[in-house]
Design a protein. Structure first.
Length: 55
């Protein structure tokens, strides 16, 4: 790992293997989006519509 300075900004140079390992590690920490069933989605959308219609 090397540090490179261009225009007063620091950049880190990694090997491709280390970069891919970092990507995998970050992907494991990311939470997947919650997928709603059709009935849950309808219920949720009606709830939002009621909230928005109050304004």
């Amino acid at each position: 790992m090397n540090t490179l300075v261009i225009d007063n900004k620091s950049y880190v140079v990694l090997s491709e293997e280390n970069y891919e390992a970092l990507q995998r590690k970050a992907a494991l920490k990311a939470r997947p989006e919650k997928v709603l069933s059709l009935t849950e989605a309808k219920k949720y959308s009606k709830k939002l519509i009621k909230e928005w219609s109050k304004d």
